[in-house]
Design a protein. Structure first.
Length: 255
């Protein structure tokens, strides 16, 4: 069964001891491609090394994570734009708004979001959105910025049925990860109402491991557990879920 992980931080230092083995487990288990979101300047080298080592399999994005938006965020975004000028990336991301830990740089996060969305339009790339504790604000922002050139995905979606409907009506995808397997994750009440055409799978490795690995390090090889749970919720065959979400992923990243 071939399947695509649309969001995994496999360059993270949690994989320093067994990175190659972890990646090979994923490939041998049917994971066809792993899309890697950037975080900030410090994650670029490790991410690009993996793309070079596993060509066509590990695929880089370029962006600035909202938790790394500080007073000097413009310097980080100059670097993002410089890289986008130099070579092709699969998306602008991981970008977005995070109001979970700290509200200090909310205005800067909104400004960084706008700038990165405009870069995505310029380079005809999708945006990969992080929206923790900020789904409502992020939907409203996307609606203001939306035109025929702005596409993307709400990574790690965990919102309401109404929010899911708004997002898909904007033509955006929903990234479904380990939360779908959590007993009180809530997605079992949301996803029956969402067309499979708008869903892609992700692990967000090394974070948010699915049951039965919850609380442990996540990795792309666990993606099949997420697919199986989605198939159960949607009352679909697991193979059909794998094929459809992988097709959606290729459409999302314009491949």
């Amino acid at each position: 069964m071939k399947i695509i992980d649309t969001h995994a931080h496999i360059y993270n230092d949690q994989f320093d001891g067994d990175r190659h083995d972890m990646i090979m487990r994923a490939f041998e288990g049917g994971v066809e491609k792993i899309f890697m979101p950037n975080v900030d300047h410090a994650s670029i080298d490790g991410m690009l090394e993996l793309e070079e080592k596993y060509p066509g399999k590990c695929i880089a994005m370029m962006g600035l994570h909202p938790c790394d938006v500080k007073k000097d965020f413009e310097k980080e975004l100059y670097l993002v734009e410089d890289w986008l000028k130099k070579r092709k990336f699969s998306a602008v991301g991981e970008m977005g708004i995070d109001l979970y830990w700290d509200l200090t740089f909310k205005e800067q996060q909104v400004e960084a979001f706008k700038i990165q969305a405009e870069l995505a339009k310029k380079y005809r790339l999708p945006i990969v959105i992080h929206s923790r504790n900020a789904t409502r604000e992020t939907i409203d922002l996307v609606r203001k910025l939306k035109d025929e050139n702005l596409t993307g995905v709400f990574h790690c979606f965990s919102g309401t049925p109404e929010e899911a409907k708004e997002i898909t009506e904007l033509g955006f995808f929903l990234g479904i990860g380990g939360v779908v397997t959590f007993k009180n994750g809530g997605l079992d009440k949301v996803l029956p109402e969402v067309d499979i055409d708008y869903l892609v799978l992700e692990t967000d490795s090394p974070y948010l491991a699915p049951v039965p690995y919850r609380g442990k390090r996540n990795e792309p090889g666990h993606l099949d557990l997420i697919a199986a749970k989605l198939a159960e919720i949607k009352q679909m065959d697991r193979e059909e879920v794998a094929v459809k979400t992988s097709t959606n992923a290729l459409k999302l990243f314009k491949m």
